[in-house]
Design a protein around this ligand. Structure first.
Ligand code: DGY
Length: 323
C-alpha cells in the first residue's frame, strides 16, 4: 500500500499529465478509450481524495455518498454542468474548472463552424467525394454570406466575446448579443456589440451562435418556438452544450426550411446524435472539438492537474467553482 494520496483520472489523457500527477500522488487512470461504467468509476474512486474529470462524468450526490474520502473534482473544461454543485458544496467537496486557457481556440471553432455552415462546405465536400460533381452550376451549394451579415450571440462570456471580435473586426459583421447581464461599455466597444432582447436576437441574427453555460433553467433555450422566430435564411451554431437545443425540433426545422442550416459541436445525449440530424444535409456535425487544438488541450489538462496538486498539497485551488 502506497502512503501517497490517491487520485483517479477518469479518461485517457497525456502521458505528461499522468507523470505530473504521479510526482505527488498514487494515480489510477483510465488509459483505455472507453468510458468507465458508473459502477467501475465508483469502484476506482475507493479511497481517492481527488478525481480528474471531463464533461462526461456525472458527479452527483449518489457518487459523493459512495466516495466519502473525495475532496476535489477537477474538470478538464470550462463547463461543469456534470457537477451537482449544491451536492458537492453540501458535502464539502471542491469543484474546479479550466477557464481562460481555451477561450480563443473555442472561439476559432465557433467561427469555423459558422463559416462551414453558412457556405455549405461539408455538403459540397460530400458531393465531391461521392463522385457526383459533373459540372459547375450557378446555384451549386450557394449559401449565405458571412461578411457584412448580422452575427447574433447568445451568452456573452469570454468565448462569446472572442467570436464577436472575430465577426466585427475580421468580417465586418454587425454584432448583437443577449446575455443575463449587459457587458460594461468598454467590453461592448471592444467587440462592437449591441445588447438586444432575446426576441430581437432571434429575429435579427443571420447567424446565431450559442455560447451560454448549460443549467437546468437553460434546458431547450432553443426549441420549436424560438426556431420559428428566426429568419428562414438564418444559421444556428451550437458550441456550448447539447441540452440548450431541442435537437428533435431543430431536425424538423432544418428539414422543413424554418431555418437554413445549423452547425453543431455538441448534442443532447452525446455521443448519440438525434437520427433526424443525421438524415438532413444542411447541418455540419462535429464531435465536441471546440477546445481541441493540441496546445489548448495540453493547457487544459495541465490546469486540471495543477488544481488537484494545489488543493491536495496546499489546500488552495487555482480555479474553484464552489466552496
Ligand atoms: C468545455 O471546456 O466545457 C468543453 O466543452 C470541454 O468539455
Amino acid at each position: 500500500m502506497s502512503d501517497k494520496i490517491k487520485v483517479v483520472v477518469s479518461r485517457a489523457i497525456f502521458d505528461d499529465t499522468i507523470a505530473q500527477l504521479a510526482q505527488h500522488f498514487e494515480v489510477v487512470s483510465n488509459q483505455e478509450d472507453v468510458l468507465w461504467s458508473r459502477e467501475t468509476f465508483i469502484a476506482k474512486l475507493e479511497g481517492a481524495q481527488g478525481v480528474f474529470t471531463t464533461a462526461a462524468e456525472r458527479i452527483d450526490d449518489e457518487l459523493l455518498a459512495a466516495c466519502p474520502q473525495l475532496r476535489i473534482c477537477a474538470n478538464m473544461g470550462v463547463g461543469y454542468n456534470n457537477f451537482d454543485v449544491a451536492a458537492m458544496t453540501a458535502r464539502g467537496v471542491l469543484g474546479t474548472n479550466a477557464p481562460g486557457v481555451l477561450t480563443e481556440t473555442t472561439a476559432d471553432l465557433g467561427f469555423a463552424l459558422l463559416m462551414a455552415t453558412a457556405r455549405r462546405i461539408t455538403e459540397s465536400e460530400r458531393f465531391l467525394r461521392e463522385g457526383r460533381w459533373k459540372a459547375w452550376r450557378y446555384d451549386m451549394f450557394a449559401g449565405q454570406d458571412v461578411h457584412g451579415s448580422t452575427l447574433g450571440i447568445l451568452g456573452m462570456g469570454r468565448i462569446g466575446q472572442g467570436i464577436a471580435r472575430r465577426g466585427a473586426h475580421g468580417f465586418g459583421m454587425q454584432v448583437i448579443y443577449h446575455n443575463r447581464s449587459r457587458l460594461a461599455p468598454d467590453l461592448e466597444a471592444a467587440c462592437n456589440a449591441r445588447y438586444v432582447s432575446k426576441d430581437e436576437l432571434l429575429a435579427q441574427a443571420d447567424h446565431l451562435v450559442l455560447v451560454l453555460p448549460y443549467s437546468p433553467a437553460a434546458h431547450h433555450t432553443i426549441g420549436a418556438a424560438e426556431l420559428k422566430q428566426m429568419k428562414p435564411t438564418a444559421t444556428l451554431i451550437n458550441i456550448a452544450r447539447g441540452g440548450l437545443v431541442d435537437d428533435a425540433a431543430l431536425a424538423r426545422a432544418l428539414a422543413d426550411g424554418t431555418i437554413a442550416a445549423a452547425g453543431l459541436d455538441v448534442f443532447e445525449g452525446e455521443p448519440k446524435v438525434h437520427p433526424g440530424l443525421l438524415s438532413v444535409p444542411n447541418v455540419v456535425l462535429t464531435t465536441h472539438i471546440g477546445s481541441a487544438s493540441v496546445p489548448t488541450r495540453r493547457a487544459m489538462a495541465t490546469l486540471a492537474a495543477d488544481n488537484l496538486i494545489a488543493y491536495l498539497t496546499q489546500g488552495k485551488a487555482l480555479t474553484p467553482v464552489n466552496l
